[in-house]
Write a protein that binds this ligand. Structure first.
Ligand SMILES: Nc1ncnc2c1ncn2[C@@H]1O[C@H](COP(=O)(O)OP(=O)(O)O)[C@@H](O)[C@H]1O
Ligand SMILES: [Mg+2]
Length: 357
């Protein structure tokens, strides 16, 4: 097992700065998820760990060894990609064994590792099949198996579930987590899907435009996003974000007025504008008690989700969503009272997006 440490790492492709000054410590045995929108530098970061991209600046360590100039084959890592890239003419057993044969590992040892990986991934009965005789989920398990037989110090996974349908994605997600619990190998897992990040990561590193925004546990990112980007990216449905003006303790955005508490008034001192944030699940139907502000809005769309309903309000400062229990059966067009607890309010600098606390 091993740690992975980025220390001021940058990657340039000509004019494009794909990754900028990345410093990130991934602990031994950790399941670290790199998440962010397409093009933010996730794959590039992973490929630098694998040794598939040169590092333009900074230092990358695996364990305490600097690997900037170490060839991919001499790094003790195994990578799983979105496309399974299995050899179509080989059986599952041959696909699993192939990389080990290339490395001239002894036959008995190959057999031991292949059988063990097959047992872990429930592939034992499929060992003599060809990839075309497998479902998408089974193929992805073979791809995982190919990484497992390497017995690497670090697993690198680049969107390994994106080719699977929704149900299989949930299943395979759990399989990967079980695998990690069992092998306890360091995993660096890339996804653009924040739900995948939240459910899988021991910690999550959120990236945007080549820059690391925040690293933390899923709960830290959800409760205390450091900026507007992380606030809007983590959580589903996304946090409501509104531009507002500040007048003493009153924060106003269109028809919404919020009376802020002492602590927040201090954080807003001297400001005339602020970005207000609150999550759809933190709006509660009904009158506001102490420590909460009252909103009164008209639901122009109601989406029934089974246990919950998602209310859409179109206001002069933009659309607002509220996620409430479906027992309310809010009719479309109804004007409803909503309470927003002050403790659930997020404030961001309207220019820089930095959280104000
Ligand atoms: N080989 C390359 N040549 C030039 N630009 C690249 C290359 N690979 C990636 N990029 C650019 O680097 C940025 C980050 O890409 P990537 O790491 O693939 O993002 P992600 O995996 O987060 O979607 C993007 O702007 C992308 O266009
Ligand atoms: Mg990518």
């Amino acid at each position: 097992m091993a740690t992975v440490t980025f220390d001021g790492v940058s990657k340039r492709y000509g004019e494009v700065l794909a990754v900028e000054d990345l410093s990130l410590e991934i602990a031994d045995g950790e399941f670290m998820v790199l998440v962010g929108p397409s093009g933010c530098g996730k794959t590039t970061s992973l490929r630098m760990i694998a040794g598939l991209e040169d590092i333009s600046d900074g230092t990358l360590r695996i364990g305490d060894k600097v690997v900037n100039d170490i060839a991919p084959k001499d790094r003790d890592i195994a990578m799983v990609f979105q496309s399974y890239a299995l050899y179509p003419h080989m059986t599952v057993r041959e696909n699993l064994a192939f990389g080990l044969k290339l490395r001239k590992i002894d036959k008995g040892e190959i057999e031991r590792r292949v059988n063990e990986a097959a047992a872990i991934l429930d592939l034992t009965k499929l060992l003599s099949r060809k990839p075309k005789e497998l479902s998408g989920g089974q193929r992805q398990r073979v791809a995982l198996g190919r990484a497992i037989v390497r017995e690497p110090e670090v697993f690198l996974m680049d969107e390994p579930l994106s080719n699977l349908d929704a149900q299989l994605r949930v299943q395979t997600r759990a399989e990967i987590l079980r695998l990690h619990a069992r092998l306890k190998t360091t995993v660096v897992y890339v996804t653009h899907d924040q739900v995948e990040a939240m459910t899988m990561g021991t910690r999550i590193a959120v990236m945007s435009e080549g820059r690391l925004q925040q690293v933390g546990t899923p709960q830290e990112l959800y409760d205390l996003p450091v900026n507007r980007f992380v606030a809007g990216f983590i959580g589903s449905p996304a946090m409501n974000l509104l531009e507002a003006t500040v007048d003493g303790r009153r924060v106003q955005s269109g028809e919404i007025t919020i009376e802020i508490d002492d602590a927040r008034a201090t954080a807003l001192k001297g400001r005339t504008t602020v970005t207000l944030g609150f999550r759809p699940e933190h709006l509660e139907l009904g009158p506001a008690g102490t420590g909460a502000s009252q909103l009164e809005l008209t639901a122009d769309v109601v989406e029934y989700l089974g246990a919950q309903e998602l209310l859409h309000f179109s206001t002069s400062s933009g659309d607002i969503l509220a996620l409430v229990g479906s027992e309310h059966k809010t009719p479309r067009g109804a004007t409803v009272k909503l309470a927003l607890a002050h403790s659930k309010l997020h404030l961001f600098d309207s220019a820089t997006g930095a959280a104000l606390r």
